[in-house]
Write a protein that binds this ligand. Sequence first.
Ligand code: GLY
Length: 377
Amino acid sequence: MIGGGVIGLVTAWRAARRGLSVAVADPAPGGGAARAAAGMLAPVTELHHGEQELLALNLASARRYPAFTAELEEAAGRETGYRACGTLAVAFDADDRAHLRELHLLQQRCGLETQWLTGRECRRLEPMLAPGVQGGLRVDGDHQTDPRRLTGALLTACERAGTVFHRAEAVRIVRNGDRVTGAELADGSRVTAGQTVLAAGSFSGRLAGLPEEVLPPVRPVKGQILRLRVPAAYRPFLSRTVRAVVRGGQVYLVPRENGELVVGATTEELGWDTTVTAGGVYELLRDAHELVPGITELPLVETTAGLRPGSPDNAPLLGPTALPGLHTATGHHRNGVLLAPLTGDVMAEVLTGGRPPAEALPFSPLRFSPSLQEQST
Ligand code: GLY
């Protein structure tokens, strides 16, 4: 396994559960994009035009979350922070309301059940919302988990399942002819494997030793995100995840049961830059404050920037590549935490010689290397 972020770890754990011997190469397992992520499990409120196949994948993974969480918590002896709290998506002004109405129509066309609420009804659900809120969508099936606790639990579950960790970066794929036989690490050592999974998030696209057509077309998409703390006297500050369109900009607030309040996130195409900027923090706080004025009273605990692994169609690359012995599990973009349960199961199925479930078939990595796809069929 190349990469020990949430996707690498969930794949390692599920593969080990199926009886495979698994090794993970990562200088800091449990890190990666999930350290920054808010953990929204939001296939319905994050629906976009043209992404219906991705919606089916996202919904399939969201459905797995309760059973996946129970199994993981049992295996790791640790909680993950999964919370079935629902989501409210609200509009700040009249233009934002038109935007949200469009989303509502799209959801209805996709057969999703969501409920339109007036501004007053939104505030009845969440009294901390600003009086000017123009309306919103109640989405009772979009939930949340805590990505840091989730990756911590996955790490423990992997260790308990006998996974070997190599704490070094994989820098080059090792091949014997066309067949991939493992990876060379930054410390000069080599790990040999019958099957290798490239699950290095946004770094997956810059591994040496792969032909251009096989290298996953992923790029880093920066997200800055804030963590605040709601003192006990102010709780519950918000009872569910609140997303909003504020003067055309997107912001979300994810309240955890332990009092953490996550405010995110910027979307920036700036290569490998992970600087937290005054502008990024300002924009997030400005929009969050417009929406929930009381937020200025809360302690600001942490500012972070992470890199989402973006792909050309915003969807993941799951399964075998054109090179024998090499699979990818990367390109999850905004949905890495949401897609973790499904990704783990799809990859474990493929690694043990099975076929992926129907909803995963459109997400083969071969869709980005059509000439090689023809040769391999
Ligand atoms: N899924 C939320 C984000 O990527 O910001």
